[in-house]
Design a protein around this ligand. Structure first.
Ligand code: PLP
Length: 374
């Protein structure tokens, strides 16, 4: 069965085998070496220059934990862009934590424009932090970060916190150039690993601010986790099997191992860029398939994600469509939250190949043709 849901994504057998390695102590030299294998590649994933003062780390919890973690110590007023289920979750978390939370609400399927964000910052501010989900997995909406970054430059006291959960390793991130202060991604999306750990990056500006702030958490204190990562002393026992798999996957991506034939001579940043280009081609192939069948995307073309396509169901019976595909060994996903039963999603992220996608498209064509012949 091929798993095309927008996370968890398929995990290559060689990475599953990494998870089955003999255990090591989390305070051992072997564990320090594992951390050292991870960091340089993680910096590439976040688009950090070698000279960048921003830091990367790994935490053993799912991405929702880091949504919470990101807010501790930032201040007390937060502006949350809510344009889908996960961005709404972040706003809910801010409220639960007692933040004075202003929600910039957008319809599912839309992105907030830089102008709308600026207006909210000016009219409802000042804010200590902005939360933004760069790729809403629930609706396939990508919010271009350059425009938001140019607005944020005019609001230097507002930290820019970005969920890159289904974005990292699928599309290029320019953490420093875009002035991002905190970003995080779970392992089970475009990194194509099992769920359970989250990678993140933090700017020096963020760290200076939150070190002085109130951080009423132990396990989800990002500073404690980052300090522990830097000193190779995680605050608690990490999920070592997933660290093995993460180190291997990051090395594989940087060494071009996951690229289509011809691309695997690429190394480092060039190999990461080629991975992003593969995802863009996969999005375009999916969009061409939808257009051939008169099916429309939920997001406007300029906001479509390269990692997840969210397509309006049109005349399709979604439940039947998904069931017929399953009979052909392909699993795609129903819509999520407000978009359930009116859209379906294809997660063309992770280590799926373009040849795999051609087979999925052939299966989808077959199901639609059989339906039309009835
Ligand atoms: C964009 C986004 N943010 C956050 C999350 C939450 O991740 P987790 O369920 O791993 O905590 C998800 C999960 O799908 C997501 O897609």
């Amino acid at each position: 069965m091929k798993l095309w849901i927008p996370g968890p994504t398929e995990v290559r057998p060689s990475l599953l085998a990494e998870c089955a390695r003999a255990m090591i102590g989390h305070r051992s030299d072997a564990m320090s070496k594992l951390h050292e294998r991870i960091d340089p590649h993680l910096r590439l994933a976040f688009g950090l220059a070698e000279s960048s003062g921003s830091e990367v780390a790994v935490h053993t919890c799912s991405a929702t934990g880091l949504m919470e973690s990101s807010l501790h110590g930032t201040g007390c007023r937060v502006l949350c862009v809510a344009n889908g289920s996960f961005s709404k979750r972040w706003a809910d978390i801010a409220q639960v934590l007692g933040f004075e939370t202003v929600v910039l609400k957008k319809a599912f399927g839309e992105a907030a424009s830089p102008e709308e964000i600026e207006r909210a910052l000016v009219e409802k501010g000042p804010f200590d932090a902005l939360t933004l989900v760069s790729n809403e997995t629930s609706s396939g909406v990508r919010t271009p970060l350059a425009g938001v970054a140019s607005v944020m430059r005019r609001h230097p006291n507002t930290l820019m916190l970005v969920d890159v959960v289904s974005y990292l390793a699928g599309m290029p991130i320019d953490f420093d150039a875009h002035g991002i202060d905190f970003a995080f991604a779970g392992s089970q999306k475009a990194l194509a690993l099992p769920p359970g750990i989250t990678v993140f990056a933090a700017s020096q500006r963020y760290l200076e601010r939150v070190r002085k702030g109130q951080r009423p958490s132990y396990y989800l204190d990002a500073v404690r986790v980052l300090d522990g990562h830097r000193e190779r002393k995680t605050p608690a026992t990490p999920c070592i099997p997933l660290y093995f798999a993460l180190a291997q996957q990051l090395e594989d991506i940087s060494n071009g191992v996951t690229l289509p034939e011809g691309g695997n001579a690429l190394r480092g940043a060039a190999a990461w860029s080629a991975r992003y280009a593969k995802h863009e081609r996969m999005y375009r192939a999916t969009a061409a398939w939808a257009a051939r069948h008169g099916l429309e995307y939920i997001p406007a073309p300029e906001h479509r994600s390269w990692t997840v396509s969210c397509i309006r169901k049109g005349p399709l019976d979604i439940v039947k469509f998904l069931a017929e595909l399953k009979k052909r060994g392909q699993t795609i996903s129903n819509g999520y939250g407000d978009l359930k039963d009116i859209s379906f999603r294809i997660g063309h992220m992770g280590d799926h190949t373009e040849a795999d996608l051609e087979r999925l498209i052939a299966s989808m064509d077959e199901v639609l043709l059989a339906e039309a012949a009835r």
